[in-house]
Design a protein around this ligand. Structure first.
Ligand SMILES: NC(=O)c1ccc[n+]([C@@H]2O[C@H](COP(=O)([O-])OP(=O)(O)OC[C@H]3O[C@@H](n4cnc5c(N)ncnc54)[C@H](O)[C@@H]3O)[C@@H](O)[C@H]2O)c1
Length: 341
């Protein structure tokens, strides 16, 4: 099958590398607004073509992978589904709640599969957490703790267009929380601080976060985030039940240091980047997309899932700014009112 990749930046280049090694992928066409980037990416793959976005659509691919900036996701997804082409799009689905709602409605008007790039759904640890929880192997879920910490901050130009820490980064936690537990979030209380570069505060963003979420069944969840985690790239999820617990990300490379005498766990080199931590998950999600294009499986993460994760990110952003607990019902209701306007 023939695949187009739109956007040959950080994640796009990784997807080019992954896609070309997958069974079922016979040809690639790479398009980027910056034609030199598209050409350079195509040069890494034998026989890959490159060109403009219009030429990519005219090439009549079987599937499209969108790895362009968030600001153009909405228009590219709509163009792809209107052309009847199965689409994979990086998270988040769109820049705002209003445009996300519009894209979801447009996608659902067409019988064209769309998969959103929440790769944690394809990470072996999260897959096992979901399975063991559903099987009741550690009793009834009562508490969870999640962490997503970057070792170094993103560049200054990325922050103002990122949507902020909750929509850009913690949206991964919100999506995987729903997927692992099968629960919805009822309420959020979020706080954050500015301890790093001034460009975070200048954009109304934060670089450290702490959040409390309550799920519909009463399970309590704490979440921490940082753009300055000197120890390494730290992504974990701890689940505590009435008969035991499970932890995702507790491996030899987790960036933790024990103070206990004689304990040398973890002994590996700490994870340094999201690319290395999730290499296998990125491969699995694109392998799954190939089967979606083939018509063998449905998309594991749909635009509606992306909308649900964004509702939680909106609630967290509002909670932080207004210093109060925000019910998800409030965010859903105001989104519906805005969409009617
Ligand atoms: N799932 C993940 O873990 C993950 C990780 C990083 C980034 N992302 C997401 O991937 C997207 C891209 O992020 P990035 O860090 O690779 O950005 P980037 O800035 O490194 O790359 C974006 C590329 O898209 C090109 N581009 C701009 N407009 C375009 C258009 N209309 N059509 C085609 N190409 C266009 C740019 O020239 C650039 O080469 C963002 O939405 C981001 O949220 C997801």
């Amino acid at each position: 099958m023939r695949f187009v990749i739109l956007g040959a930046g950080r994640i796009g280049l990784a997807h080019v590398d992954t896609l070309m090694k997958l069974d079922g992928v016979s040809a690639l066409f790479i398009a980027d607004l910056d034609s030199a980037r598209a050409a350079a990416a195509a040069a890494t793959v034998q026989g890959a073509a490159f060109g403009t976005i219009d030429e990519a659509f005219s090439w009549k691919p079987d599937g499209i992978v969108i790895a362009a900036p968030t600001s153009v996701h909405a228009e590219l997804i709509v163009r792809a589904v209107q052309a009847g082409i199965p689409t994979f799009c990086e998270k988040p689905l769109a820049e705002s709640l209003t445009s996300t709602l519009a894209v979801v409605e447009e996608v659902e008007r067409h019988d064209v599969p769309v998969q959103i790039g929440f790769q944690r759904r394809f990470d072996a640890g999260y897959v096992e957490a979901r399975r063991s929880l559903a099987a009741g192997e550690f009793g009834e879920l009562r508490r969870m703790h999640m962490v997503t910490c970057d070792p170094t901050p993103p560049p200054a130009e990325y922050v103002p267009v990122s949507g902020g820490l909750y929509r850009d980064c913690h949206i991964h936690d919100f999506d995987i929380l729903r997927w692992v537990t099968g629960q919805e979030v009822a309420s959020v209380f979020a706080t954050g601080s500015n301890r790093g570069a001034e460009y975070f505060a200048a954009s109304g963003d934060i670089d450290e976060s702490a959040t409390i979420l309550t799920l519909n069944d009463g399970t309590l969840v704490t979440l921490q985030g940082s753009r300055y985690n000197g120890a390494g790239y730290d992504v974990r999820m701890e689940l505590a039940g009435t008969r035991g617990n499970r932890t995702v990300g507790l491996d030899e490379r987790v960036p933790l240091t024990s103070t206990e005498p004689g304990v040398d766990f973890p002994s590996g080199t700490p994870w340094g980047t999201f690319q290395e931590r999730f290499t296998d998950a990125y491969r699995e999600e694109l392998a799954a997309f190939v089967t979606v294009v083939h018509g063998t499986t449905p998309a594991r993460c749909t635009p509606r899932d992306a909308l649900e994760a964004l509702y939680i990110a909106e609630a967290a952003s509002l909670s932080r700014v207004e210093g109060r607990v925000v019910m998800l019902a409030e965010v859903r209701a105001s989104a519906r009112v805005e969409a009617r306007i």
